[in-house]
Design a protein around this ligand. Sequence first.
Ligand code: ADQ
Length: 455
Amino acid sequence: MSRLIVISNRVQAPTENETGGAQGGLAVALNAALAEGEGIWFGWSGDTGEDNSLRFATYGGVTSAVMDLSEQDVDEYYNGYANRTLWPLFHFRLGLTEFERDFAGGYERVNRVFAERIRPHIAEDDLVWVHDYHMIPLGWLLRQQGVTNRIGFFLHIPWPPTRLLVALPDHRRLVESMFAYDVVGFQTEEWLESFCHYVTHEMGGVLGDDDTVTVGGRTIRAIACPIGIETKDFVEMANGPEARAAQMRQLESAVGRSLIVGVDRLDYSKGLPERFAGYERFLQNYPDRQALVYLLQIAPPSRSAVQSYRDIRANLEQMSGRINGAYADTDWVPIRYVNRGYPRATLAGIYRAARIGLVTPLRDGMNLVAKEYVAAQSPHDPGVLILSRFAGAAAQLDQALLVNPYSAEDVSDAIDKALRMPKAERIERWQAMFDNVTAEDVIWWRRRFLDVLTA
Ligand code: ADQ
């Protein structure tokens, strides 16, 4: 069996003082594959330093290899091109996208260093799997280093429409570099279609049978392969003691009110101000139901070196303060807004306590919170998922109440409908979604991608 080499910006291999239960789905799936075949997971350590040699560690049968980046590298590659150029552009936010030549230079430089460092550790039969927008040109740079192995690439975020992508200086160079891969994977058919549109309209590419795309003399496979969660483990966790305790704690503090929950990294793509506005509209439109609900929004800060992330944080603090000031009573605050991370088992319990899961990104590659919410529900009395039609997950979870997150009215109406939904309908919708989350879990995703890569 060939080894698997995983390369991503950050490594999520197990560490000395972490149990498997602390990990998210992606880490669980990839670590399982890595452990089967003695693979290696490469990436940035998350630290800054001038020495970028690789440091190896092995725990739980998985080897990780990480390197530090210089401050300049972090500024230009990570905070710059990845998170101030590609992230906003690929989430359709042209107005937030910053184009700096230094960012583009730093991005390619860091990818080149990764390629050079990793190259000596790739053996003849290894399968190489590169992840996400931080590393788009890595396969091409590995080819320049003489790597002839099968290399796949998976994009976790949306692929933007051609009309937006062409705003990126050197867009063609970036997409051309993707033809160094053997397989490129996207979360949904929609993102795949956008990629194919670019390739056919901007590069004279030709689509063939069997998901092939040809440009010039080079043919690759481009597939839609939606990522899932570690459903079986998550269901078990939601039924376990830690989750039960978290669920009870919520239910006790709710004193009979219905919990509406949102869980998101603090990121403008997640539509949090719009969500608060939709919830506020509900409070306005349905005054008699005001004191029957509360919104718990959990949003751990991320990427705080980037100004647009500091702005969204300030905006949300201001909004939640204003809404609470306007509507709170002596024994009720409409929004509990919490900026910290929780263990996965605690999250599972909170999801289970929630009558409504409110997942309303303005644009999202997939959105795993929606799937976790479904997996955590009680089959006998499940809550209702309200899901943005602009999340990749909406293609699979079409039995959710799908909303336009930009419309406060739409969100408000969906909250009302969810609160009134009869149990039989809740169970029917939940069952359909649960079947999908079970069948297309993260192990299914990994197998499907690697099957295509090895085919
Ligand atoms: P993200 O944008 O990070 O991922 P998402 O898919 O929702 O978004 O995953 C977030 C994960 O973080 C979930 O597993 C969630 O439970 C966890 N999380 C969020 N808040 C937390 C908190 N306070 N405490 C603990 N855990 C928390 C990117 C893309 C997505 C895509 C994934 C996977 O943007 O579209 O679904 O990758 O491909």
